[in-house]
Design a protein around this ligand. Structure first.
Ligand code: ZN
Length: 254
């Protein structure tokens, strides 16, 4: 269920990313329930870019009774769901809640209710193919706005939702499904989301430059510094010469 867990977190992350108000804002989601999967991390930007990774992508667990992928067991429940929002005015907001089931959807519903004080219904799912590849992934977040009524709550509680991954797999007819669910459905905006990692050699060099001086000197003992992007697994080789030049250039510009 590694891709099921990652797909769920990234689907919700993508929505939370585009919910940010300004461009260049981002949200970082960090989940660790001390299950075999390890850390599940996703980073989403307001422009719809999302990237993520799991600690161990080889974990495979199923619930015996239902034969469903055991995301909750893989993620674990002894830990936290942590959300950090990087907002434009250089403010970071971090809040975390204890994991409820590790099934991700419930955990985010709890997060929205407790940390953002917005009662929310979160439906999230990943359709995993017979060859374990990911067929579709999607999330639906329904939030109660201030001024909602008892009948709004009742309406949402009585919604008969089919698995969101199945709705997404239908493609363009997703809007039809939404119209069936919500009679007064009105499409306000459509935004594209994509998996995209924006790592670069330069980014890594900036990162290396900001580590404590002693650690930096130790790194520079080697002729080549090898780094790997934990999101997309891309490898970069930075020579000592390149690194020193980069440091010189950037110190001058300060
Ligand atoms: Zn990358």
């Amino acid at each position: 269920p590694a891709n099921a867990a990652l797909g769920r977190v990234m689907s919700i992350g993508a929505i939370m990313g585009v919910m940010l108000k300004e461009k260049d804002e981002k949200v970082l989601i960090n989940i660790n329930g001390h299950g075999p999967l390890g850390t599940v991390m996703a980073e989403a930007r307001s422009n719809g870019d999302v990237r993520g990774f799991v600690g161990d992508n080889t974990v495979y667990l199923k619930y015996n009774d239902t034969n469903k992928l055991a995301v909750g067991l893989a993620v674990g429940t002894d830990g936290y769901l942590e959300v950090t929002k990087y907002l434009n005015l250089k403010n970071n907001f971090t809040s975390k809640v204890a994991l409820k089931s590790g099934e991700i959807g419930d955990d985010f519903a709890y997060y929205f209710a407790v940390s953002e004080q917005v009662p929310s219904l979160v439906s999230v799912g990943v359709l995993v193919d017979v060859d374990y590849s990911t067929k579709s992934a999607g999330a639906l977040i329904i939030q109660l706005m201030p001024g909602h009524t008892e009948s709004d709550i009742a309406f949402i509680e009585n919604l008969k939702l089919e698995p969101i991954s199945k709705m997404v797999a239908k493609g363009p007819s997703l809007e039809v499904s939404l119209k069936e669910l919500f009679p007064d459905f009105e499409l306000l905006e459509k935004r594209a989301v994509r998996y995209h990692c924006d790592c670069s050699k330069e980014r890594f060099m900036e990162g290396i430059m900001s580590i404590p001086k002693d650690d930096l000197l130790e790194l520079l003992n080697d002729e080549v510094i090898e780094v790997k992007c934990e999101y997309c697994n891309k490898k970069y080789e930075i020579t000592k010469k390149e690194m020193l030049e980069f440091i010189n250039e950037h110190l001058e510009h300060r």
